[in-house]
Design a binder for this molecule. Sequence first.
Ligand code: A2P
Length: 316
Amino acid sequence: MQTLNLNGHQLPILGLGTWKSARGEVYTAIKEAIKIGYRHIDCAAIYANEKEVGKALKEVIDEGIVTREELWITSKLWNNMHGEENVVEALQKTLNDLQLEYLDLYLIHWPVAQRKLFVSASKAKHFLSLEEMPIANTWKGMEKAVELGLTKTIGVSNFSVKKLEDLVANSKIKPVINQVEIHPYFQQSDLVDYCQANNIHVMAYSPLGSSDRPAGLKAEDEPVLLEDTSIKELANKKGISVAQTILAWDIHRGISVIPKSVNPARLKQNLEAADITLTNEEAAIINEIDLNRRYVDGSFWEVPEGPYTVQNLWDE
Ligand code: A2P
């Protein structure tokens, strides 16, 4: 599989997402995925399934199916653990749950800070503004995690160009990745161009439109990506699935992808997409269908009198 070079570390261009993978399902999915050739697993503390992911990882390593060095494991710092002094503590909990000694990549999950006592936040008093808890301060903890050998590389998720510029200007170790929502209905070309020009790789979450999102994160009128007629037509012409066409389009853009599945047939199908190439003309068909439509719009961080709004989150 094609890899991306992140400060000398090789990131497989396609990995497995675990957001929304239920406990009871994720263990089998990880074992199956690694058996068939997945080498990158994308995790996060807030997905509340890292212990089960860790059990599966330990078993595949113990069974000799794969070595730790062949795997790329990503995880993310949750909002209530921002702050220089909290990062290593949060990462150590994640490592403990995943039964690993180090991560390959650790990300700041959101540019949103919550008070340490509140893992979930629904009221203004649960949050800290970025003036009270600056990203640059949290990043110092991320840098310390690299220095301690707890993670090979560090990056961010859900960052705008403006927030990336601020971070790059205030960091010793530069972020290697910005993991953001990207799919044909939300292509983020300006952000992708900025990142690629500044040596920050882009990783696409919700590449298939995350139709298994909780109801609270869904709008009634939303367009269904996997039913798009232009992509269907192209997929039929190439004799591949719609999901494969979308994943191959991301890879064509130099963007790594982490489609989630807990289904063996779909795991296999998605993995095979890493070997499918689109011509520039085929990619152009998908470039045409951008709706600038986020599925994960961040409005859940907006509470009355709270410090975050959709506008200041995305700097739009
Ligand atoms: P499942 O886990 O049952 O396979 P995203 O990666 O954008 O979050 O999308 C995940 C959703 O897409 C899940 O509902 C997942 O279901 C479904 N999915 C994953 N792979 C495919 C595929 N190849 N074809 C259709 N649906 C897929």
